[in-house]
Design a protein around this ligand. Structure first.
Ligand SMILES: Cc1cc2nc3c(=O)[nH]c(=O)nc-3n(C[C@H](O)[C@H](O)[C@H](O)COP(=O)(O)OP(=O)(O)OC[C@H]3O[C@@H](n4cnc5c(N)ncnc54)[C@H](O)[C@@H]3O)c2cc1C
Length: 185
């Protein structure tokens, strides 16, 4: 006599419990996989970590949560809500930069306010450069967010098709430039 048994769950092994591995584990678990997550350090989080200091723990890696909807989506995959686990308090001031001479520049969630702060700090030319930088990165983001960043299997052919349809993206992508060189310019 034979017994019909339930099929064994598909198994997945993920190496590295940084945010990418953790997010991957959540998605695979939600899809019904039995997931094993391997991490060589004694804590999860990868670059998301704090280091002790006499003044208390200090973030050593990321500090800014820029794309909340990604986390909302992850939690929703498990039928949970980000708000039930994390208290997020929106900040108007996103970054405060200090220089050895005591000067200081704040950047804000409000784009126009940031431009005004840069103008006051470094003049109209710098404010115009920042405005151009933002326009350029905005055009790249809106072109590649859905077809490259949000899909599971981004392909070079998708990228090529996008660029051929919008050749103005080519200079914005700064081919053959390093990020360092680009930022210096
Ligand atoms: C200083 C700093 C500031 C940043 N600020 C921001 C920010 O404000 N906002 C933002 O969105 N992003 C920020 N980032 C970027 C963000 O931190 C990273 O993109 C993200 O944390 C990377 O996650 P990851 O899972 O890809 O890699 P990692 O966090 O590097 O995780 C990889 C994990 O894999 C483990 N691992 C690797 N090899 C093995 C192995 N063979 N066996 C077992 N385990 C292994 C590692 O120990 C590690 O835990 C910042 C990064 C830095 C360094």
């Amino acid at each position: 006599m034979t017994h019909a048994s339930a099929p064994a769950p598909l198994r997945a092994v993920i190496i590295g419990a940084g945010i990418a591995g953790l997010a991957c584990a959540v998605r695979l678990r939600a899809a019904g996989y039995a997931v094993t997550l391997l991490e060589r350090h004694d804590a999860v989080g990868g670059k998301i970590r704090t280091i002790p200091s006499p003044a208390g723990p200090i973030d050593a890696g990321p500090t800014v949560l820029t794309m909340r909807h990604v986390f909302d989506d992850l939690f929703a995959q498990l039928g949970a809500s980000l708000d039930d686990h994390v208290t997020l308090i929106k900040q108007d001031t996103l970054a405060r930069h200090f220089w050895p001479d005591g000067s200081q520049l704040d950047l804000y969630a409000d784009h126009e306010r940031s431009i005004g702060a840069i103008r006051a700090f470094a003049g109209a030319k710098a404010a115009a450069q920042f405005t151009r930088f933002c326009a350029r990165t905005r055009s790249l983001f809106s072109a590649f967010d859905a077809p490259m960043m949000q899909i599971a299997d981004p392909r070079i052919t998708t990228l090529a098709a996008k660029v051929l349809a919008q050749p103005a993206l080519i200079p914005a992508m700064a081919p053959l430039s390093t990020l360092r060189g680009l930022l210096q310019r």
